[in-house]
Every structure is written in structure tokens, then in C-alpha cells.
Design a protein around this ligand. Structure first.
Ligand SMILES: [Zn+2]
Length: 495
């Protein structure tokens, strides 16, 4: 008992130290499952506690599911998935729980067999309606017929699933049918659908490889949302329609199985769908997140389709932030010289390490220089400005008489004074401790790069190159790594 009591203050101290970080982290919910069928069930649990209508589609007929999103949304129905020949058990159990009076089956009897329809009926569902078609194009046409009249249509490549998935939530939310095309010609069912619905304007999703110029020119008043990759298409959709969204649904951009049912959830939550690589967030997705300061994410699928590193990046408050890392001096300007060291090289070594950490952490770091080249001070400031950097950190090393030693961090008062001071403080407190140098504190310094930069900015003086003990550390890759980690941690703490 006495032992327990004695250890109590340590526990309390630990809480005090770690609570602020916990508050700063972004919120990430992963909707997982042992199979695509279970993931769809878990998506439905996230969005629906009851449902009078449920949409059921083949878990492998991606095109059918994607054009069904607006229909599912209109009926406030979750999308559940099945195998063709047999109603999958998790889906069966979920239908039994939800007790819908109606199930809409998407696709022909090859996608969803009559046996599955009978199995659904035997669960006590009074109405099972099938929306079929001889092809994905015809299925999409028949789904469009079930949507209320609108003069708009979305046109996407019937085989570029990512594009339909990215636009699904927006189309659903606005009652716009998703019609499908090939890259080179408009299939007859799609032409028929536009004619019968009186389509007068179209939103074309994807680049010219997905929907060619020729198809584009045949569509009624088309607007293209393109991009050089699926990630960029999704980014551009988010930019156009969700510029103030603080939340997004995240799925793997290449393996759709886990994400099929998620598009109607995204519609219900009014969030854009963004894509990721399995192991790391791609640049366009980081931009979409950073540009609207998103902090809440729903991740679709298990750790194979979206690895835990992606979740760590999403949770990290620096995700999508554009952080300018300025390695001081360079080229003919060596900076300070001491104990066999050139300042420009020390600065660049540490800056590169910080850059890598920021990039791995989910941020969008920008380096003033990544090699031994000279830039003027105003060129550094303009580069940060033209990249719309959110933060500016300049890295230097000090020089003076051999007796002077220690670490100090500067800010200035022209722009963002309070935030700049806070940034400097978060970095300084970690940096001198990591380098085990004298703490010379946070100071106001009239240096060009922090005086002229409009975003919050700090200038770090790692240690004194002219002091033997400090210089020994600046030569050591272990200490450079420790210093870079401290700067990185300071930036994370700032956010
Ligand atoms: Zn310097």
C-alpha cells in the first residue's frame, strides 16, 4: 500500500505531461471487418441504427454499387454486400437486425441470384425490388430512372471506380444520377438515360484518359473535375464541393472492396471521400486535408488496405500542414566556421532530417534548399510565401568566442508574434534538452527571415560551432538526429 501511494505522484505527473498531446490529436475512427461483407455491416452500424430500406449489391460488382449510392442515399438506406449465389452471413444477420420492409437488389441475376432474393424474403422482408440491367451502363441507367428528376448528371468511366467513388457522396447528396461511360464513346444506355431525364448539364469526373475529349465534347454543357491521379481527382472534388469540410472518409485508392459501402456513409455525413495508398497518405490527399484544416476522419477497411501508419499520420495534428524548413546559408555563403565545421552543412544536415520526419508524419514540408546552393534571405521568404507555407522554421548554428555555448531560439514581432513565440518556445524547450546544451532561452531577434515571413516563424541556433563541446555534438550524427527530432516534436506540439 505504501509503495502504491509513493508511486502515485509519478502517475499524476505523467498524466499532466501527456494530456495536452491527447487533446491535440485528430480523431480517427476505423471501420474494419474480417471481409468486405463485414466492413459494409460495420459501415451500416456507424450510420444507421434503423433502416426501412436496405440496398444489397454484389461485393465484387463495383460499378453497380457505385452508381447505386445516390439511390441508397435517397432511401436513407445502408448498402450491404453479398456473394452472387448465397446471401453472405454477416449481411443476413444485419438485415435481420435492421428489419427493413424493403430491400433493393442491384444488378442482374448474375450479380445477385434469385436464390439470394429468396433468402432475403425468408428473413421477413416484404418487398424485394431488383434493379438490373444487361451491363453496368444499363444498371446505372435503370438506377437513374428511380431518382427524382434533375437536369444534372455525373458522368464517370465505368471502369475507373475511384472516380465514381470520389464523386458518390456529392452526387448522392444532390440527387444527381451517376451515369457511366467508356473513355472513347458514350454507351447507348447512358445516352438514353440523359435523354429521358432531360439532362442539360453534366459533371465529368476524371482526366482525359478516363473520359476522352471526344466524349466530353458530346455531353450537354460539361464541367470536368480532373486530376493527374485518382488522388488528385478526389482532392479536386473536395476542393470544389467541400471547401469547408472538417471531416473526411478515407479509403484505399486501389482496393475498393472495403470502401464500397462507405460512399453512402460519406453522403450521410456530408463528408468528402479521399484516397490513400496503403502505407502513407499521398500528397494530394494531404493537401485536401491541410487546405480545409480537417481533423476528423473515418477510415474504411482493415490494416491491410489502410495500414496503421496512415492512421498515425491522420491523427498527427501536422497532417497536411505546409511547413517551410530553411537551412541557413549555402553555396558561397558558408555561414559560421569553427572546429572544422561549416555552418551551411550542419544546417542542411539537420534540415533534411527534420524534412524527412515531417514528411513521414503526414505534413507537406518544403525546404528552402536541399543542396549546397546559395539563396538570398528574401528569396527564402518569398519561396515560403509562394508555397503558402503555414509555418517557417529557419535552422542555424551559432558562433562567438570559444567560451560561449548553448542553444537559443528566436522569433520576431512583425507578424504572428504570439504564435511565433509559442513555436520558438515549443522548439527551444525540447532542443536544449535533446542536445544537452546550455539553455539560452527564447529571444526576440531582428533577423530578415523571421521579420519578413508572414506566417508564424522561428529561427533556431542549434549550438555554438566555436565551442568545442557544442561543436563535437554538431559533428555527431546521433546529436543531429536528436536535434532534428526535438525540432520536429516542437512543431507537432505547436499544433
Ligand atoms: Zn547562420
Amino acid at each position: 500500500m505504501r509503495v502504491l501511494l509513493r508511486s502515485l505522484p509519478i502517475i499524476v505527473l505523467g498524466l499532466i505531461i501527456f494530456v495536452p498531446n491527447a487533446f491535440a490529436a485528430n480523431s480517427v475512427t476505423r471501420l474494419d471487418g474480417a471481409s468486405r461483407y463485414e466492413v459494409a455491416v460495420n459501415v451500416s452500424k456507424q450510420g444507421w441504427s434503423s433502416a426501412s430500406t436496405v440496398v444489397v449489391a454484389n461485393g465484387k460488382a463495383y460499378a453497380d454499387v457505385l452508381s447505386a449510392t445516390p439511390l441508397a442515399y435517397k432511401n436513407n438506406a445502408p448498402i450491404l454486400l453479398t456473394e452472387s449465389s448465397n446471401l453472405t452471413t454477416p449481411t443476413k444477420n444485419r438485415i435481420s437486425q435492421l428489419k427493413p420492409s424493403k430491400v433493393i437488389v442491384i444488378g442482374g441475376t448474375i450479380s445477385v441470384s434469385n436464390n439470394v432474393v429468396n433468402q432475403i424474403k425468408s428473413l421477413g422482408v416484404s418487398t424485394v425490388e431488383r434493379i438490373g440491367g444487361a451491363s453496368r451502363y444499363e444498371v446505372a441507367e435503370n438506377i437513374a430512372k428511380k431518382l427524382p428528376g434533375t437536369s444534372k448528371a455525373v458522368i464517370a468511366n465505368g471502369k475507373a471506380y475511384a472516380d465514381s467513388m470520389a464523386i458518390g457522396a456529392y452526387a448522392a447528396r444532390n440527387g444527381i444520377p451517376i451515369l457511366l461511360t467508356t473513355s472513347s464513346s458514350i454507351p447507348t444506355p447512358t445516352k438514353d438515360a440523359m435523354k429521358s431525364k432531360g439532362t442539360t448539364s453534366t459533371i465529368v469526373v476524371g482526366g482525359e484518359i478516363s473520359v476522352s475529349k471526344s466524349v466530353y465534347s458530346q455531353l450537354p454543357s460539361p464541367t470536368r473535375i480532373g486530376g493527374s491521379s485518382r488522388f488528385e481527382v478526389a482532392q479536386n472534388i473536395a476542393k470544389k464541393y467541400y471547401s469547408s469540410a472538417k471531416a473526411a472518409v478515407i479509403s484505399n485508392g486501389y482496393t475498393y472492396a472495403d470502401a464500397l459501402a462507405g460512399s453512402v456513409l460519406a453522403a450521410k455525413q456530408n463528408r468528402p471521400m479521399l484516397f490513400t495508398d496503403a502505407g502513407s497518405l499521398p500528397t494530394p490527399t494531404r493537401k485536401a486535408i491541410g487546405n480545409s484544416d480537417m481533423s476528423t476522419f473515418t477510415v474504411l477497411g482493415g490494416t491491410i488496405s489502410v495500414k496503421s501508419n496512415v492512421v498515425s499520420q491522420l491523427k498527427n495534428p501536422i497532417v497536411g500542414k505546409k511547413i517551410f524548413i530553411d537551412a541557413g546559408h549555402g553555396g558561397h555563403d558558408s555561414g559560421a566556421v569553427g572546429n572544422g565545421l561549416y555552418e551551411k552543412n550542419v544546417n542542411l544536415d539537420v534540415a533534411k532530417l527534420v524534412n524527412t520526419k515531417l514528411s513521414n508524419g503526414g505534413a507537406l514540408p518544403i525546404m528552402s534548399r536541399s543542396s549546397d546552393v546559395y539563396l538570398t534571405l528574401s528569396e527564402r521568404v518569398s519561396k515560403a510565401q509562394s508555397n503558402n507555407a503555414d509555418l517557417f522554421v529557419s535552422i542555424h548554428a551559432n558562433s562567438a568566442a570559444p567560451s560561449a555555448s548553448g542553444t537559443e531560439t528566436y522569433y520576431y514581432t512583425t507578424y504572428e508574434s504570439a504564435n511565433s513565440k509559442r513555436l520558438a518556445t515549443e522548439i527551444q524547450n525540447r532542443l536544449y534538452a535533446a542536445l544537452n546544451t546550455k539553455n539560452r532561452g527564447v529571444k526576440i531577434g531582428n533577423f530578415h527571415v523571421i521579420r519578413e515571413s508572414k506566417m508564424p516563424s522561428s529561427l533556431v541556433e542549434l549550438a555554438f560551432m566555436t565551442n568545442l563541446s557544442d561543436a563535437t555534438k554538431l559533428k555527431s550524427s546521433t546529436y543531429k538526429e536528436k536535434g532534428a527530432k526535438a525540432i520536429y516534436d516542437g512543431i507537432v506540439a505547436y499544433y
